[in-house]
Design a protein around this ligand. Structure first.
Ligand code: ADP
Ligand code: MG
Length: 256
């Protein structure tokens, strides 16, 4: 579904350059759920931006379903790290915006939006505006918008970072259910190793900047997963410990 071939990205401004991503090779199969984890500022968002076609790589190639990505990739739904709700639209109209762009009529839009609003627990807030919501609520509105867009591939950049532990579990469950139902391919960036192991078929650990692949770990925990209880299994603990051993090195080196 997605292929990164020797992908690199260097940002230049005047005579300053920042190497954000260096020589990443990664192949993601249809319906696979991949979690990318790595130190803050290492280049994770840059990677998603390249897959979404918002940034062009400075080296290598991003290939989506066999075609090089050279423009905005409309086959992917992208939940960016910074929420980008339209401030002049209420929750419902923000969430339904992609349907509006696709020419879906008002009654159907409202119906379909309402269902996903209920899923993310924003019922009662449909007519609120983004500035009236908490950070976690805005994140959930962005998630709802992405889910409603129904793209074959979902890119999620730290989607659950602002949520409390209980709500996080509910959202994990929702994501896994809907991804399975829709047959989506999911690429998720997270800071949270527990989240990565709970959700993913494969966890990718990135080095500190510039991001390169430090470790790839397949997670063979059975599906459907019980997002609450899976973490208490021995298998989970083994995956977690192995990944943490590698991740710890990146965080330690970051501090010195
Ligand atoms: P992460 O998502 O892993 O925290 P980012 O991909 O956001 O990291 O950023 C990686 C590096 O690239 C950082 O040093 C950041 O400052 C730089 N960077 C990201 N986007 C841009 C940009 N548009 N212009 C210049 N530098 C950028
Ligand atoms: Mg980021």
């Amino acid at each position: 579904m997605i292929e990164l071939r020797h992908v690199s990205k260097t940002f230049s401004k005047g005579d300053e350059t920042v190497d954000a991503v260096r020589d990443i090779n990664l192949t993601i199969a249809r319906r696979e759920i991949i979690a990318v984890i790595g130190p803050s500022g290492c280049g994770k968002s840059t990677l998603l931006n390249m897959i979404a076609g918002l940034y062009a790589p400075t080296g290598g190639q991003v290939v989506y379903k066999g075609k090089p990505v050279s423009d905005i990739n409309t086959d992917v739904g992208y939940m960016t790290q910074k929420d980008n709700l339209l401030p002049w639209r209420n929750v419902r109209d923000n969430i339904a915006f992609p349907l509006e762009l696709a020419g879906v009529g008002q009654p159907e839009r409202a119906d379909r939006a309402q269902e996903v609003i209920r899923h993310v627990g924003l019922d009662g807030f449909e007519t609120r505006f983004p500035h009236e919501l908490s950070g976690g609520m805005r994140k959930r509105a962005c998630l709802a918008r992405m889910l409603l867009y129904g793209a074959e591939t979902a890119l999620l950049d730290e989607p659950f970072a602002a949520l409390d532990a209980q709500l996080k579990l509910t959202m994990h469950d929702l994501l896994l259910q809907l991804a399975a139902e829709m047959g989506q391919t999911v690429l998720l960036v997270t800071h949270d190793l527990m989240e990565a192991v709970t959700l993913a078929d494969r966890v990718i650990v990135c080095t500190r900047r510039p991001a390169t692949l430090a470790l790839e770990q397949r997670i063979d925990l059975k599906r459907p997963r019980d997002v609450l209880n899976v973490r208490f299994t021995n298998e989970f603990k083994e995956y977690y410990d192995a990944l943490w051993d590698r991740l710890r090195v990146e965080y330690q080196e970051e501090r010195v």
